[in-house]
Design a protein around this ligand. Structure first.
Ligand code: PLP
Length: 453
């Protein structure tokens, strides 16, 4: 920090404050974790200065032998850990990994047949007319993904997102009664819509997804199954999700982030069948900018950590802790979407439990040293900005060593804060979806306990 302080002290101060915040507050954001010192240190080194567009052994720049080494190690660890035929470690983030996957499927299913029909090797060899036809065909493809309010991600076809504009999209949701995925409704939608890609995976669904059934549906309608396991990759790596619940044997292409439950550096990754490997490997430079070799090196380190037996133990404790948190909250009267959890996250319906919007609850919890994020619940009356839900996950606190006893106590702290919070009003006395009133004494007491934990 002293080296940084000598150049820009305000950055050094912000880093120091971030460390203090992450130590003193209870980090319950389901997509966050604490990467190991080895992973963090691997990200801060001379690899950051190197350009390496292309893939392992086929770069557009000279001098890439060390980048080749770390990228190959990251891919090898990923293949072995997840049992994948092919792994691509370059995506800079989860969204980038999804864009690479979309591109790869379009390249395989639309571009390659068009080139073959025209007897061309690459798009530059096409006539203007064939090129126009190809562009039209690329823009006409259909995607079916989980809706945002049911727990899907923006990139799963949400209309304002690029994925919803690239593709002619439709969404599937959850059963309004149970909050659970309704595979038969999904199958009916798929039969009617006949998508080219079905995207499975989620950011805020507290249950398991049966990928065997998803693949069955995809096969039935001739779709490629893509699974975005960004949130639960750590549970797959830790062998808590196996069989029908492990996406890798079932999907043709699987994307992930490396920084959530997988506990690596910020970044993304793509795993796929060997039939898609060439297209995926052309992710850079077709979709991605130059790779981040320092981050790929850190991915290799984190994946090596995830291959250790201790990671399996960690993954199991993440799930045990999420369940303990769910039970603790429900025992105190909170309503959870789907009535519990099978994975690393819970979604509290704070509107029906505490009469708050997600935004009010998030702010009240933060003021009490508990860091969460607001999240839409299915058919959310408060929309995607204010929301009616709070999403809480256990990957980070499990890394800190907390167990089920502490989770019950945290459930009590959350309930105490939210019970002591009232919706606020605007200056004109109108009920506000953003403002809240929280007893200062409660906030101080909970904050102190959060730091102690
Ligand atoms: N996919 C899912 C399911 C996610 O939950 C997220 C992040 O929240 C992403 C993709 C995007 O990841 P990133 O922020 O690294 O682009």
């Amino acid at each position: 920090l002293e080296v940084i302080r000598g150049v820009e002290p305000r950055v050094a101060d912000a880093i120091g404050q971030e460390l203090a915040d992450q130590r003193e507050m209870l980090k319950l954001i389901a997509s966050e974790n604490y990467a190991s010192p080895a992973t963090l240190l691997t990200m801060g080194n001379w690899f950051s200065d190197k350009y390496a567009e292309g893939t392992i052994g086929r770069r557009f720049y000279a001098g890439c032998r060390n980048v080749d080494t770390v990228e190959a190690l990251a891919a090898e660890h990923a293949r072995e850990l997840f049992g994948a035929q092919h792994a691509y470690a370059q995506p800079h983030s989860g969204i980038d990994a999804n864009l690479v996957a979309f591109w790869a499927v379009l390249a395989q299913r639309v571009e390659a047949p068009a080139l073959e029909r025209a007897g061309a090797r690459q798009v530059n060899d096409l006539t203007e007319q064939d090129w126009e036809t190809l562009r039209r065909d690329l823009g006409n493809q259909r995607m079916l993904g989980m809706s945002l309010d049911a727990g899907g991600h923006l990139t799963h076809g949400f209309r304002p997102n690029i994925s919803g504009k690239m593709f002619n999209q439709r969404s599937y949701g959850t059963d309004p009664e149970t909050g659970l995925l309704d595979y038969e409704a999904l199958r009916a939608t798929a039969r009617d819509f006949r998508p080219m890609i079905i995207v499975a995976g989620y950011s805020a669904y507290p249950r398991l997804v049966n990928f065997r059934i998803m693949r069955e549906i995809a096969d039935e309608v001739g779709a490629t199954l893509m699974v975005d396991m960004a949130h639960f990759a750590g549970l797959v790596a830790g062998k808590v999700l196996t069989g029908d619940f492990d996406p890798v044997p079932h999907a043709q292409i699987v994307t992930t982030t490396t920084h959530k439950s997988l506990r690596g550096p910020r970044g993304g990754m793509v795993l796929c069948d060997s039939s898609l490997a060439d297209q995926v490997d052309r992710g850079c430079p077709m979709v991605l900018g130059g790779p981040l070799p320092h981050v790929m090196a850190a991915k290799a380190v984190a994946l090596a950590e995830a291959r250790q037996d201790s990671f399996r133990d960690y993954a199991q404790r993440v799930v045990d802790n999420a369940r303990a948190l769910a039970e603790g909250l429900m025992r105190r009267g909170a309503t959870l979407v789907t009535g519990g959890t099978d994975n690393h996250l819970n979604l509290i319906d704070v509107a029906s439990s505490y009469g708050l919007t997600g935004r009010q609850a998030e702010a009240a919890l933060l003021a009490s040293g508990i860091v969460t994020n607001r999240n839409a619940i299915p058919a959310d009356p408060n929309g995607a900005w204010y929301t009616s839900g709070i999403r809480i996950g256990t990957p980070a606190l499990t890394t800190r060593g907390l167990g089920t006893g502490e989770m019950d106590e945290i459930a009590g702290l959350i309930d105490t804060v939210l019970s002591a919070t009232q919706p606020g009003t605007t200056k004109k006395g109108i009920p506000s979806k953003a403002q809240h009133v929280l007893e200062e004494k409660t906030a101080d007491e909970v904050s102190q306990r959060a730091t102690d934990l």
